[in-house]
Design a protein around this ligand. Structure first.
Ligand code: NDP
Length: 328
């Protein structure tokens, strides 16, 4: 099979297309004919050998997958050959990456794909949706919760806004531009803080009559956690989706505010976390099929051979919507 492998850590020139043997089934796994994958910031952080991302090389990277089942281990039930599935299953705890024509996935981490999505759309969803759900669960977002999503048009943020709105929460978002403001509203945001014309704290005070939000989700990767705290009411909840723990976060845990630091990859390494994440993808299928959640895809298209360009596009910060790679 063809696989785009990373041979050395560093810039995108370290990717090369290789012909390698397809992975073999192991107990508890399925093989997937990969149709599409999406690029997440974690992929370029692994490529750069960033802090907290140990990954043996050479390896095909990529976590998100949409494709069809090619083979099933004898101990796996609930799937049939040819089923269309999606999941955040690549490269975790020894499994193979999704930047390849065939991957081996833990059956607990995949679910039947929403029937109304293309493979490209389905591949955009798993990692960002699981992260958004993890945050909303920990924050306890329910009907009537006043929630601010900082970065509500990004990969995680745009799904968090939609999922929170589907729960009946009152969701506001931040955005850098007018175009992104409109996007946030199209996802279900009530109001938008244009953080280039007012600070997030000022916007939060304006939109909550000085009280602050019940909950704030920093979906930017911890770039401005101080603003998240400033926007939250006394005894409110803050969640951040940092990709590795930073000591800078600890002093922020003040004023009776609770801070939930979310590391999506850690629960995935444990079996219970895997089952929960698979179950969430099954629930998400229903939310997508009932039109409560829809992924936004960046208009640029990339094939497996263009993986380097796909990484560069996401890293440039210019993508609007998820960067998807067509694998086959
Ligand atoms: P994206 O690049 O798609 O989105 C990030 C968003 O943050 C952008 O839309 C941008 O919107 C906004 N943003 C950036 N800087 C600021 C700022 N200073 N103030 C306000 N908004 C800002 O990335 P993802 O959503 O895929 O991931 C976001 C981060 O979260 C990454 O660092 C990623 O590694 C991490 N992550 C962590 C996970 C975990 O499990 N802990 C899982 C998934 C992601 P705008 O143009 O409006 O500024």
């Amino acid at each position: 099979m063809k696989a785009m492998r990373l041979t050395q850590f560093g810039d995108v020139s370290n990717f090369a297309l290789h012909d390698i043997p397809a992975p073999e089934l192991r107990p508890g796994t399925v093989l997937i004919d990969v149709k599409a994958s999406s690029v997440n910031p974690v992929d370029y952080k692994i490529r750069q050998n960033g802090p907290g991302f140990a990954n043996p090389l050479p390896a095909a990277l990529g976590l998100d997958v949409a494709g069809t089942i090619r083979a099933i281990a004898p101990d796996v039930t609930g799937f049939a050959i040819g089923d269309a599935v999606y999941g955040c299953a690549g490269g975790i705890a020894g499994e193979t990456g999704t930047n390849a024509e065939i991957m081996r996935a833990d059956a607990k981490l995949i679910a039947p794909m929403p029937a109304n999505l293309s493979f490209r759309e389905a591949a955009a969803l798993p990692l960002v949706s699981i992260t958004a759900l993890e945050a909303l669960e920990r924050l306890g977002v329910t009907a009537g919760t006043r929630l601010l999503v900082i970065g509500g048009t990004g990969g995680v943020g745009h799904i968090a806004v939609q999922l929170a709105a589907a729960r009946g929460a009152i969701v506001d978002s931040t955005a850098s531009t007018l175009e992104k403001s409109k996007l946030a509203k199209s996802f279900g945001a009530r109001e938008v803080i244009s953080y280039r014309s007012e600070t997030i704290a000022e916007g939060a005070a304006r939109l909550t009559q000085g009280e602050g939000y019940d909950c704030v989700l920093d979906a930017t990767g911890g770039s401005d956690i101080a603003s998240a705290f400033a926007a939250t009411r006394l005894n409110g909840q803050v969640a951040t989706i940092v990709s590795h723990y930073s000591a800078d976060l600890a002093p922020m845990h003040v004023k009776g505010l609770s801070l939930h630091v979310i590391f999506m990859l850690i629960p995935l390494i444990h079996n219970r976390g895997r089952e929960r994440h698979g179950a969430w993808l099954r629930d998400l299928k229903t939310l997508v099929e009932t039109r409560q959640v829809k992924p936004l895809l960046d208009p640029q298209r990339f094939a497996l051979a263009d993986l380097a360009a796909a990484h560069a596009h996401l890293e440039s910060g210019k993508a609007i919507g998820k960067v998807v790679v067509d694998i086959a």
